[in-house]
Design a protein around this ligand. Structure first.
Ligand SMILES: NC(=O)C1=CN([C@@H]2O[C@H](COP(=O)(O)OP(=O)(O)OC[C@H]3O[C@@H](n4cnc5c(N)ncnc54)[C@H](OP(=O)(O)O)[C@@H]3O)[C@@H](O)[C@H]2O)[C@@H](O)CC1
Ligand SMILES: Nc1ncnc2c1ncn2[C@@H]1O[C@H](COP(=O)(O)OP(=O)(O)O)[C@@H](O)[C@H]1O
Length: 272
């Protein structure tokens, strides 16, 4: 079944805090950072996750990155990990984790993903954590559960799912979700959200102002922030894709990725 991704589909299941909410109950989100010289993408994702309502957000970073990140964040917390096993221990109590934005194309990123796959946290897998598996996608799929989300742009999609795009974006996304056994968000002008159970949504409000570095990192944080609040992964991906584009269209000329999280309160307020 193919649907147009309008708010009518998910507006009533957005996660608003109840009167007894506390920060842990609102959802715990983790974002894995790259090394010291590559921390911006994780900070964008973390800020987006916090703005979309996750109660508690931690950036999980490799040795040496914490002193770079610390002066640039306030409400967001930081944990350093020295090994994939240590990352897994940090992620275990979290509800959702983003991995991939500026993570690096070293094998370590794959080991980190595998360690996260052994935790109870739902994963949003983006950027380098997709590209790394260019010639061995089955190793990526082995790390995933059905509540995990892959967020490739077309270049990344073609690396992980070679030869599928020639069948058209809808068929490609549908088949990708089936073989990966996870939700697939095929980004672009008309982003497609595909569930491993065969559901497909096409996003109608795409905004070309999103064609700016780091906007995909923000989207990954938004999806994971909603999942952390216990929204179903396919619904979370659908809602985040629409809100991301709505935010961009509200801002228009001059938009940069940093602006997107700050636009979310207005987007959320109008949906409420
Ligand atoms: N704030 C930060 O720290 C930021 C850090 N970032 C991090 O940087 C890392 C590497 O990023 P990247 O841009 O070099 O890698 P990638 O996007 O794979 O492009 C490589 C080639 O793929 C192709 N390509 C095909 N289709 C495409 C499409 N739809 N959209 C884009 N490209 C498409 C295209 O080839 P062309 O078409 O030009 O031949 C392109 O030259 C990664 O870790 C990322 O997370 C960024 O998120 C920015 C903010
Ligand atoms: N022309 C466009 N129209 C609509 N959305 C776009 C367009 N170009 C890019 N986007 C959106 O912007 C985001 C870019 O993500 P991505 O390519 O991962 O960038 P980055 O890696 O720099 O964060 C995606 O959500 C994509 O759908």
């Amino acid at each position: 079944m193919t649907e147009s991704n309008t708010p009518a589909l998910w507006r009533n299941i957005l996660p608003w805090p109840g009167p007894d909410a506390h920060k842990h109950q609102r959802g715990r989100l983790g974002v894995v950072s790259g090394p010291a010289w590559n921390t911006g993408a994780a900070r964008l994702a973390a800020r987006a996750g916090l703005r979309i309502g996750a109660g508690l957000v931690r950036i999980l970073c490799p040795p040496g990155a914490a002193p770079v990140i610390a002066p640039t964040v306030t409400a967001i917390m930081i944990d350093e990990f020295l090994s994939p096993e240590a990352l897994g221990r940090l992620a275990d109590p979290l509800d959702a984790v983003v991995i991939g934005p500026a993570a690096g194309l070293e094998e370590e990123t794959g080991y980190n993903l595998a360690a996260l796959g052994r935790t109870g946290a739902a994963l949003v897998v983006d950027a380098d954590a997709l590209t790394l598996f260019k010639d061995r996608p089955k190793a990526l799929f082995a790390c995933l559960d059905r509540d995990d989300v892959l967020t490739p742009h077309e270049g990344e999609f073609d690396r992980v799912f070679p030869n599928l795009l020639k069948h058209g974006r809808e068929t490609a996304a549908w088949e990708a979700a089936r073989v990966a056994g996870a939700v697939v968000v095929l980004k672009g002008r008309e982003t497609i959200i595909a569930s491993p159970d065969g559901r497909l949504r096409i996003n109608p409000n795409g905004s070309p102002w999103l064609a700016t570095a780091g906007s995909g990192d923000v989207l990954a944080g938004m999806i994971a922030g909603l999942i952390a609040q216990r929204m179903d992964s396919f619904e979370a991906a659908s809602a985040a894709v629409w809100m991301h584009a709505d935010a961009a269209e509200r801002f228009g000329p001059g938009l940069i990725a940093e602006d997107l999280p700050e636009l979310l309160p207005a987007v959320l307020r109008d949906l409420k």
